[in-house]
Design a protein around this ligand. Structure first.
Ligand code: NAD
Length: 389
């Protein structure tokens, strides 16, 4: 016990020393990359810290850019750039549609998240975020952990999603509830009732979001088909909810009312769309469409698609509530997450009227809100965490 405490104190001291040393020895460089349609894109390097990163700020019309730190060992710098630009733009649309008073941004650190991360690197990255003066607020994302973000916090206050007294904690139940409401919305549009009794929902991916979603679906009366590359997880949930399990390579082809992708991006593409046997798609996964044109292919097949950046905004609504002046209260994001249903129904109506895909209609809605400043932040975000958290 004593040893554990001693180790914790030692590592804290080590980190504090690093912060001080880093400030003295910084070799941080921030080089602007001009990209049309983006407010600011910077290549961040720090030779001493071994850091190569990109921070992309797509649009801050409605508020500071909010987006996670992705840590990935991209093969080429260009691949990292392409990814961060796409992700930052996606955050602009997601924030605009959900009216959270934030803009869109994202960052990538080019490193292996398992072996390549160092405290020096994360501290240098934080210094770059700080230098942007609050126009970009970072958070945990694929490849980064709360522990990493805690280190980043040592050199910048512009961080969200840390564990502290007023923290919003795990976003997944909120994302799952928004997704559940999205499933109800597609049923309402197709069948005129959003009841799940007797409807079949196939869920791909039973992780943080998928496992919570299947619970909500079960209690609403749905019949479930489940799949995960982790067969044990799928079987455990199937036992719990009386569901059927199918292998990971078959879930997209099962006959069902609603397919809920909650695992990977890019799964709706030229190869998979012709094989689908669902009436609608409503799931939490980010970037489900491989390309925008895949939304037209779904429309041509008569499959109703709940646009991913609308249906999966519950987590964003939750985390952004933490930055309110009065501090986090789960009831406020709960109400907003619940209303994802209404936003989606409005999008289906617009799409039908304009004879366009639901994805196109959702993008147009986001662009409209940006053009007319709808949902623009009035009060600057309040950061409730302290440097020690
Ligand atoms: P997670 O990593 O906890 O779960 C993903 C699950 O998918 C895992 O159980 C994994 O084994 C499974 N999986 C991976 N490949 C698969 C495949 N080919 N077939 C079936 N299962 C497969 O992730 P999560 O937090 O539950 O997020 C799920 C998706 O939702 C991701 O795309 C994520 O970006 C998106 N999303 C999550 C949140 C959130 O609040 N966690 C918010 C918005 C969007």
């Amino acid at each position: 016990m004593h040893t554990q405490l001693q180790e914790k104190t030692d590592s804290k001291k080590k980190l504090e020393n690093l912060v001080q040393e880093g400030q003295k020895l910084s070799s941080l460089q921030m080089e602007t990359i001009r990209v049309q349609g983006y407010e600011k894109v910077v290549k961040v390097t720090d030779k001493l810290a071994g850091l190569t990163a990109i921070i992309a700020i797509h649009n801050t019309t409605l508020g500071p850019a909010l987006g996670g730190i992705r840590i990935q060992p991209y093969a080429r710098f260009e691949d990292a750039l392409e990814d961060v630009l796409r992700l930052a733009k996606g955050m602009t649309y997601k924030s605009a549609v959900s009216e959270v008073g934030f803009g869109g941004g994202k960052s990538v650190i080019i490193a292996d998240p398992k072996k390549g991360k160092t405290p020096e690197m994360l501290l240098a990255f934080g210094a770059a975020v700080q230098a942007l003066g609050g126009s970009y607020i970072c958070a945990e994302d694929v490849g980064s952990t709360t522990k990493d973000v805690k280190i980043v916090r040592k050199s910048t206050q512009y961080v969200v999603g840390l564990p502290h007294e007023k923290s919003s904690k795990d976003p997944s139940p909120f994302t799952a509830w928004g997704t559940f409401r999205g499933v109800q919305s597609v049923l309402k549009k197709i069948y005129g009732t959003d009841s799940l009794v007797g409807r079949t929902v196939a869920v791909q991916g039973l992780g943080h979001v998928g496992s919570v979603l299947v619970g909500y679906l079960f209690w609403a009366g749905a019949d479930l088909i489940l799949s995960d590359i982790d067969g044990e997880q799928a079987r455990a949930l199937a036992d719990k909810y009386g569901a059927r399990v199918v292998p990971a390579d078959q879930i997209l082809q099962v006959s069902c009312d609603v397919l809920a992708p909650c695992a990977l991006g890019g799964i709706l593409n030229g190869k998979t769309i012709p094989l689908l046997r669902c009436r609608a798609i409503a799931g939490a996964a980010n970037n489900q469409l491989l390309s925008d044109s895949d939304a037209n292919a779904l429309r041509e097949r008569g499959i109703l698609y709940a646009p991913d950046f609308v249906i999966n905004a519950g987590g964003l609504l939750n985390v952004s509530a933490e930055l309110e002046e009065e501090g986090y209260n789960p009831t406020s994001p709960r109400e907003k997450t619940h209303r994802i249903y209404d936003t989606l129904l409005a999008i289906y109506e617009i799409a039908e009227k304009n004879q366009e895909s639901t994805h196109t209609a959702a993008l147009a809605l986001a662009e409209y809100r940006i053009r007319y400043n709808i949902g623009k932040r009035v009060i600057p975000p309040t950061f409730h965490h302290s440097v020690d958290e």
